[in-house]
Design a protein around this ligand. Sequence first.
Ligand code: SF4
Length: 226
Amino acid sequence: MLTATPAERSPLPDAEALRDCPLCPRLVALRRECRVEFPDWWNAPVPAFGDRQAWLAIIGLAPGKHGANRTGRPFTGDYAGDLLYATLAKFGLSEGNYAADPGDGLRLRGAIILNAVKCLPPQNKTLPVEEANCRPFLMEAIASLPNLTTFIALGKVAHDSLCRSFGLSPARSKFAHGAVHQISDDLRLVDSYHCSRYNQNTRRLDAGMFESVFAEALAFRPATLD
Ligand code: SF4
């Protein structure tokens, strides 16, 4: 059974939830079920993964059951992660080879992955109250990143949660694939459809569309890193 805490696995330990965070009863119940059924899985709030000097933060929705909820690293071990990690590598934002395992030695360079909601939701659908409960952890993580200039939000839930973190109304800053939003004097947000299996299989998102979002974000990479 995995017993490490999210903080022990995180580059931002002060921004992580407790392993048994009690704030979302529905997600706590599912976590308990998973711990009984799959005792060797992570089954806990999934910590950030990446570079604490990141200029780019990628905001996902929530852990996938057979991906991050199983392995304990965002997007690791599921279909969505294959495209995300391949794209990070293509744009020079990672070092090493992604092997769908937290022990693969992969490191992110200038980038970090966070989630709007840290615990596995039923049917991959979060509730507004769960997004609100988990938002303080997202805000704390963002506040811990001194070099941050840019976000990529994967999907509308991540976009909306990020907007609310900055006191912006999602109704006024609408999600749209490829859209760029100025969310504070120093921070920009680029939207992308989520790289989920569903979105890829239905051709809502393909690799070229996803790479275009990263190319857009790279335009905001600080010149000091060139
Ligand atoms: S989703 Fe976030 S706030 Fe809710 S139980 Fe998990 S860690 Fe706690």
